[in-house]
Design a protein around this ligand. Structure first.
Ligand SMILES: [Zn+2]
Length: 413
């Protein structure tokens, strides 16, 4: 069998080598099942100083050969070897940066790009197994490229923001996630869930080309911390309380009514109806509808609370504000007269934030766009599972729902 003879060219293109860098030789180590590529560079050429960029003459080579892992060759691990030249610049003697890797990485750029591509579409642990590197190395790659992209992110077009909290480490700590409601992407992840998190974001917004005064819509839950942060940071933004949180509040109160009515023993049973009652009307099957009717007859208080929850859905279906206000007022009266303590409590919370809730109808468009963000964050959370540090967790959220411009090269272009 005759082999192919232009393998030097193949490897050279694969690593992205240009004059004065050149593939010297390539070897297959049969015993260790590894491919090794040796790169050398022209001694008389000039190289850019890694500190200042000035073109300088070669001084000597680094003493020890350096090795980088590259993408597999026919499923065998592949390594690039080189003793990089050193240059003498006015600010000292420096090792030249290899064009195929970022400084201090033990992997080639394409290897890292491929790792990023995998992490975008599967859990880190799965991606790590395919790349066959340590968890630390894998997250090192993730953090480098994500942080770089976040730092360079352009926030000049942001006008509507969603501020939301989400738990981390099984509810032991919280993070605040801020998204661009129009672009439907996460633009900041902050540790904690207090006013300071939003203040910290507002500083980043200004640093990345955005403007606090240009924010016109501020969507959040009812928590005092987030709402007071709006007063402080975004003077021109209209406060909108997220539909998702209103629904959650109603569902929680309904469940309290159910537990009380069914009693401790019955309410904990699997068929007690907890999940059944939470299915949105539009998604119920005929069987589920019948089951809800039966349950409502047996537990009339729960049935009433259930119908109150449906009213909130009806309100959000309204196309204009006055129509929505009408339903809102009726609903509040109904809740207050219901003689169901949890529902009465919800009524007073809702009433105190009436305007902020109804502001939703000023900006239907934005809110419709923002709605998907919650589920996006949930999926990012699942993917970030296994990260023990805030930093890794945040990077995964950025990667999955940040729509970032990663500057690592595309391995398939
Ligand atoms: Zn220099």
């Amino acid at each position: 069998m005759t082999g192919f003879t232009n393998y030097e060219e193949m490897f050279s293109q694969s690593i992205g080598l240009k004059e004065p860098w050149k593939v010297d030789k390539a070897e297959f180590d049969e015993k260790r099942k590894e491919v090794h590529i040796y790169v050398r560079c022209r001694k008389t050429a000039k190289y850019p100083c890694p500190k200042c960029g000035k073109m300088c003459s070669r001084y000597d080579d680094e003493e020890k050969e350096r090795v980088w892992r590259h993408g597999d060759v026919v499923f065998f691990p592949c390594y690039v070897h080189c003793r990089r030249p050193r240059i003498k610049c006015s600010d000292g003697i420096h090792v030249v940066t290899a064009p195929w890797a970022r400084p201090n990485s033990r992997y080639t750029l394409l290897f890292e790009s491929y790792a990023m591509l995998l992490m975008k579409s599967m859990p880190v642990e799965n991606a790590r197994k395919i790349m066959r590197i340590s968890h630390t190395s894998m997250t090192g790659i993730l953090k480098y490229w994500v942080k770089k992209a976040v730092k360079e992110d352009d926030l000049s077009k942001v006008r509507a923001i969603c501020v939301d909290e989400t738990s981390f480490k099984k509810g032991h700590s919280y993070v605040t996630v801020i998204s661009d409601a129009l672009a439907r992407r996460v633009i900041d992840v902050e540790k904690g869930r207090d006013t300071d998190t939003v203040i910290s974001f507002s500083n980043k917004l200004e640093k990345k080309g955005g403007c606090c005064n240009k924010i016109t819509q501020y969507i959040s839950d009812m928590s005092g911390a987030y709402m007071s942060a709006r007063d402080e940071c975004f003077p021109n933004a209209k406060q909108i309380i997220d539909k998702f949180h209103i629904k959650q509040m109603m569902l929680k109160a309904m469940d309290e009514v159910r537990r009380e009515e069914q009693g401790k023993k019955q309410s904990r049973k699997r068929n007690a109806g907890k999940k059944l009652l939470m299915i949105p009307e539009a998604k119920q099957t005929e069987e589920q509808k019948t089951a809800i009717v039966t349950l409502s007859k047996k537990y009339p208080k729960t049935g009433r609370a259930y119908r109150m929850v449906q009213q909130i859905d009806d309100m959000y279906k309204c196309s204009d504000m006055s129509e929505a206000e009408n339903i809102f007022d009726k609903l509040i009266r109904w809740l207050r007269r219901s003689r169901l303590e949890p529902m009465k409590k919800v009524a007073s919370s809702l009433k105190s934030k009436k305007q902020e809730i109804l502001n939703y109808f000023y900006y239907r468009m934005t809110n419709a766009l923002a709605e998907g963000i919650n589920s996006m964050i949930q999926s990012a959370k699942r993917r970030a599972r296994g990260f023990r540090t805030f930093e890794g967790y945040a990077c995964m959220i950025y990667l999955v729902v940040g729509k970032l411009n990663l500057s690592c090269p595309n391995p398939f272009s």
